[in-house]
Design a protein around this ligand. Sequence first.
Ligand SMILES: Cc1cc2nc3c(=O)[nH]c(=O)nc-3n(C[C@H](O)[C@H](O)[C@H](O)COP(=O)(O)OP(=O)(O)OC[C@H]3O[C@@H](n4cnc5c(N)ncnc54)[C@H](O)[C@@H]3O)c2cc1C
Ligand code: FES
Length: 255
Amino acid sequence: MKKYINDLTVCANKKLNPQYFILSLTSKYPLPEMLPGQFVEVKINNNHDVFLRRPISIHQVDYEKNILYLLIKVVGKGTQTLSKLKAGDTLNIIYPLGNTFTYEGVKKALLAGGGCGIAPMLYLAAFLHKNNIETDILLGGRTSEDILEEEEFEKYGKVFVATDDGSLGEKGFLTKHSVFENLSSYDRLYCCGPTPMMKVMAGIATEKNIDCEVSLENLMACGIGACLCCVTATTEGHKCVCTEGPVFNTKQLIW
Ligand SMILES: Cc1cc2nc3c(=O)[nH]c(=O)nc-3n(C[C@H](O)[C@H](O)[C@H](O)COP(=O)(O)OP(=O)(O)OC[C@H]3O[C@@H](n4cnc5c(N)ncnc54)[C@H](O)[C@@H]3O)c2cc1C
Ligand code: FES
């Protein structure tokens, strides 16, 4: 897919809570086709400490309004700077980057997003829904503050929630949720979140012989396969997460 480097204009910066915010961005050009699982690399302006772009998943796209949505969690200097953007500011992005989730032959899927890992799941849920694939969505986090966009997800499937402290949904790790008691009804699992969570999901999938795709969030620099800082070990050798991922079938990964 052709890559673009554009200045996009911030339409809004919606604070969801002190940690998370959604940037909506528009372009003077029609947005190019973007697929679930792909990401953008954003340039951080006004912060001389941050010179590398930051990778952020495509959270949602509204082609009619020509708006791209990014869901971001503040973890360090780059995301802190992004959290301060206001309507009318510009953000330089390279996009769309990376490979995509696959869905051929899938009839019923379970999407699991932990914390910020829900970011790529909304666009995936919308895409699966559009392709008439039955979708259950499991959102997990440490507390209710990490459970975001529940109403948006409900447009595309049945939503289940797990929080470590029990402040919303079932109490306990996402991977212990009772939805896994009916695992045989799914023919594909999709997952994004902390690595330990994705590893447990991979184990569950292997045990039940269900295909599982995960989106890896390795640290990245160039985002275009030039610096090799993002490589991960796979059964076919080392692969760049930025160009050959971020989506991998868990059977490929050597964790
Ligand atoms: C393909 C991909 C998609 C992503 N999508 C999103 C998204 O949609 N929304 C979002 O909020 N974040 C997303 N991330 C993570 C995001 O890129 C990092 O949180 C961001 O780069 C941190 O930048 P910073 O300058 O704020 O923090 P830094 O100052 O660079 O780091 C602060 C702390 O966060 C840790 N950290 C930095 N990057 C990562 C990472 N990739 N994974 C785990 N820990 C990290 C650092 O080790 C450090 O402890 C994605 C990452 C990848 C690779
Ligand atoms: S981030 Fe540079 S090769 Fe992947």
